[in-house]
Each structure stands twice: as structure tokens, then as C-alpha cells.
Design a protein around this ligand. Structure first.
Ligand SMILES: Cc1ncc(COP(=O)(O)O)c(C=O)c1O
Length: 474
């Protein structure tokens, strides 16, 4: 009978060590065990002087060969985490806790997503991605792709895609685009990087951004060394007059979403379009037109781009993130002719060119008409969802008001004056309802509101979501 000693009473089992190698691939049992032990020691879960189980006991516990445990102990002893002595249990060495002990812990597994309904804006209905169309187009594009197109090509992108896009933007968006002055980019996000680099070279260091406006696009500009200035948005859209009255050197560029302002949903009025272009001329500057969801207008034809009115003053960007999927990372940037060469050079500097097979597939989808058929199908689906949401809101929340045009993938819900937007969002979160407040898009304070995305939610989810929202608003 083995006599019990103080040391043995401190010994731990694999269960106490929270060791579980169940998911580890066979060839990585040793490294996984080492990783777990190292983290247990670093995080303080295994304290200095604690004895570890014998190699035989731990191996049996974990169902691995003893050599795996012997090697792990040896490795950790060599690294200074364990003290091993012939004939004695391995003990945990005293190590310096890292200065950022909290961060040194293994990343906690993300909490299970308990959102019942997620109204936050961001994507189209990913469930309606036309997989079969994309697969067919991809196969056709691959078969037809000449070998040379598998090499490095024109940084502006495949000529046939630029031609297809120029034609599409002309027909559908009233833009005036020459394929020579169009650059295929990795989403609008990259269009902004190209623009930022172009602007810096032109001596433009500051860009007006809509207030409220997309903090993602603003962050993108800021990350590439452009300062941003909030330009107020009202029910007619962005108001460039605010830039004229600003003291100091003139701002010479504005980033705006004229077709469907993000996030308020207003359409830039004809008068404001004129003002904006007059201002751009006066300061010898540029408008960056973000045409992010213009295909979706439900009451009548979408308004055409501002770019069509002044192709020499507007950099028009868009992407397929809202029509197909953000995962494809494909977009475009049409630039005024004098900037085209420089823009192509900036794109080359970034990543030489965008992925060619995806470009060829999109060209194929455009040429076959499948792209526009898909948009038509989704337009009908999104319109139905918007109508359902509006009806539910009118029924359950008559004290709120839907603002903006019948367009896009989200709507703005004005909350009653004096409502506490943050408190509503917090109460909703406790019920599993995810919301984004208008406040998170603002520079200057303003009335409370919620930005509700609906394109990705079916009727049942919309009903559930509005029910929870009504409880949260109270
Ligand atoms: C205002 C706005 N612009 C542009 C985009 C598209 O960005 P990207 O093409 O990089 O996916 C989004 C997407 O969420 C957006 O909300």
C-alpha cells in the first residue's frame, strides 16, 4: 500500500487539468498536450509547485501512449515551465506572469450566438446567393480562359469585365464610363484605398463625409491618411453648403451615397445634386460616389448616378457585395480620364490585380444576363420584406416613423423624440435582438433612431424581431 504524502495530495488528474485531447489530430497529440499545459501554467490555472500526474497515469487518463506525455513533460521542462526530477512527480515551475496576463490566456471560445433576430445592417440575403448560376458561369469562364490570363495581367482588370461593367453602369445607372477609365477592385473598400492614395498625390488631405454616414467607409479613408470632416445630411441629402461656410483651407473632396444615403435612406435631391457639383467645380475637387445598393429601389426607377452628370469630377465606386455577396470581394472604380493612369498604378502597387477567375465569372454572369435576372428576383424578395417590416412596425410601434426612400436593404426607424436610443438597444440585446442605433453613425448629436436591415430576414424573423423591438421600446 502506498503511503499518502503531502505531495501526492496536491497531484492533479487530467480532468482537474481540464485536458482534453479528444479533438486533436493523431499526429498532433503531443503538441496539443504541450499547448494546453503551457497555457494552464501561463494563465495561473496550474500554480507553481503543483505536482503533475505521473506520465503513466496521465497517458492512461488521456488515452495516449506514455511517450507522448514523456515528451511533453521533457519539452516543457526544457522551456522552463516544469521541474522534473528522476523518481519524483513533475512540478510546475515559478514563472513570471506576463505583463498582459489577461491577454496571454488562450482566446476564449466565442460565446454562442444567442441572437434571436439580427437587424444590424451589413449584407444582402446570403441565402439567396445564386450558387447554381455562379457555378455554371465559373465553369464556363474557366474552360474559356486562355492560359495567358492565368498570368499577371492589366492591373485595371480583365478587359471583358470592364467592358461588361461599363455597359451595365451606363444602361442601369446612367453613368458615363469608358472601360479604359474603369478599375476592377476588391470591393468598394479597396476603391477607397486607391482613391486615398490618388488624393494624397494630388495634395488632397481632407475629405468630407456624410453625417450621419458609414463609419466603415470613413474608417477606411482615415486608415489611409485622409482626415475626415462631417457634412450634415438632412431630408434632401448631404448639404455641401456646410463646407463652403467652413473656415480654413477648403475641403476639396466629398464621399457621398447619393442614390440611397447610408444610413438615413434619403435620396439626394436634384437641387442638392446641382449644389454639390457646383461646389466641386468651385474648389476644383472631386465627389466620390458610393453607389453601394442603388439597384434596389422599390417605388420607381432608381435615380441615376451623379457621375453621369459630371464624369470629370466624380469617382464612381460600387461593388457586388450587395447584389451577390461580400465574400467575392469584387467592385469597381470609374475615374475621370486624367486620373485613370495614376489610379491603375495605385491598384498595381496594392496587389497587382484582382483575382482573375472571379472577374471572368462576373463577366460571364453579366454577359449572359444572369446577373440582372438575379437582381430582379432579389428586388422582388426585398421589396416584400420591406413591406412586411413596415406593416409590422405600423401595427406594433405606431409611435415610431419609417424615414427615407423605399429602397435598399435597410430602413431608418425614427424613435419618438426623447427616447433613449442606447437604452432601447441594451434592452433589445437582453432579449436576443441585435440593433444598430443611428447614433453610432453620427458625428454631431441628433434625434434617436434605429437602422433596421430586413433583406436577410424572412417573414417569421421579421415578426419575431418587431415583437421584441416593441417590448424593448416599451
Ligand atoms: C455605405 C457602404 N458602402 C460600401 C459598401 C460595400 O463595401 P465593399 O464593396 O467593400 O464590400 C458597404 C457595405 O456594407 C456600405 O455599407
Amino acid at each position: 500500500v502506498k503511503k499518502s504524502t503531502g505531495r501526492e495530495s496536491q497531484q492533479t488528474s487530467s480532468r482537474e487539468l481540464l485536458l482534453d485531447l479528444a479533438g486533436a489530430p493523431k499526429g498532433q497529440l503531443g503538441s496539443t498536450l504541450q499547448w494546453h499545459l503551457r497555457h494552464a501554467i501561463r494563465s495561473g490555472r496550474l500554480r507553481a509547485q503543483a505536482s503533475l500526474p505521473s506520465t503513466r497515469a496521465l497517458a492512461a487518463d488521456l488515452g495516449v501512449s506514455r511517450s507522448v506525455v514523456v515528451q511533453a513533460y521533457e519539452q516543457l521542462a526544457a522551456e522552463g515551465y516544469l521541474i522534473t526530477r528522476q523518481g519524483a512527480a513533475a512540478r510546475v515551475a515559478a514563472i513570471q506572469p506576463p505583463a498582459d496576463a489577461g491577454q496571454a490566456r488562450p482566446p476564449a471560445p466565442p460565446p454562442p450566438d444567442r441572437a434571436v433576430v439580427d437587424f444590424r445592417p451589413g449584407t444582402a440575403d446570403l441565402g439567396s446567393f445564386p450558387r447554381a448560376d455562379w457555378e455554371r458561369a465559373y465553369r464556363r469562364a474557366l474552360v474559356a480562359l486562355p492560359n495567358r490570363e492565368l498570368g499577371y495581367g492589366d492591373s485595371r482588370g480583365l478587359a471583358r469585365l470592364r467592358e461588361g461593367l461599363a455597359d451595365y453602369l451606363g444602361r442601369v445607372r446612367g453613368a458615363v464610363v469608358d472601360p479604359e477609365h474603369l478599375i476592377v477592385v476588391n470591393g468598394f473598400a479597396q476603391a477607397l484605398v486607391v482613391v486615398a492614395r490618388l488624393f494624397r498625390a494630388l495634395g488632397i488631405a481632407e475629405v468630407g463625409v456624410e453625417d450621419p454616414g458609414s463609419f466603415h467607409t470613413e474608417a477606411q479613408l482615415a486608415a489611409h491618411d485622409l482626415a475626415t470632416v462631417g457634412v450634415p445630411v438632412d431630408r434632401h441629402g448631404v448639404d455641401a453648403a456646410a463646407l463652403t461656410s467652413r473656415p480654413g483651407p477648403p475641403v476639396r473632396a466629398v464621399l457621398a451615397t447619393p442614390a440611397h444615403q447610408f444610413p438615413t435612406g434619403v435620396v439626394l435631391s436634384a437641387e442638392r445634386r446641382r449644389q454639390l457639383l457646383a461646389w466641386v467645380e468651385r474648389v476644383d475637387g472631386y465627389l466620390i460616389e458610393d453607389d453601394y445598393d442603388a439597384e434596389y429601389r422599390y417605388d420607381h426607377q432608381p435615380v441615376a448616378t451623379v457621375q453621369g452628370l459630371a464624369p470629370g469630377r466624380v469617382l464612381l465606386g460600387g461593388s457586388i457585395s450587395k447584389t451577390l455577396a461580400p465574400a467575392l470581394r469584387l467592385g469597381w472604380l470609374a475615374v475621370p480620364p486624367p486620373l485613370a493612369q495614376e489610379a491603375a498604378r495605385r491598384k498595381r502597387e496594392l496587389d497587382l490585380m484582382s483575382p482573375v477567375l472571379e472577374q471572368a465569372t462576373l463577366a460571364e454572369l453579366l454577359a449572359s444576363g444572369a446577373y440582372e435576372r438575379h437582381i430582379r428576383r432579389n428586388r422582388a424578395r426585398y421589396r416584400r420584406r420591406r413591406d412586411q417590416l413596415q406593416e409590422l412596425l405600423a401595427g406594433l410601434l405606431p409611435q415610431t416613423r419609417v424615414a427615407g426612400a423605399a429602397a435598399g436593404l435597410h430602413l431608418l426607424l425614427d424613435l419618438p423624440a426623447g427616447a433613449d436610443e442606447a437604452a432601447v438597444i441594451a434592452r433589445a440585446a437582453r432579449r436576443g435582438l441585435r440593433l444598430t442605433g443611428l447614433g453610432s453613425y453620427r458625428h454631431a448629436p441628433g434625434p434617436p433612431g434605429l437602422v433596421l436591415a430586413y433583406a436577410h430576414l424572412d417573414q417569421q424573423q421579421l415578426r419575431r424581431g418587431v415583437g421584441l423591438l416593441a417590448e424593448a421600446i416599451g
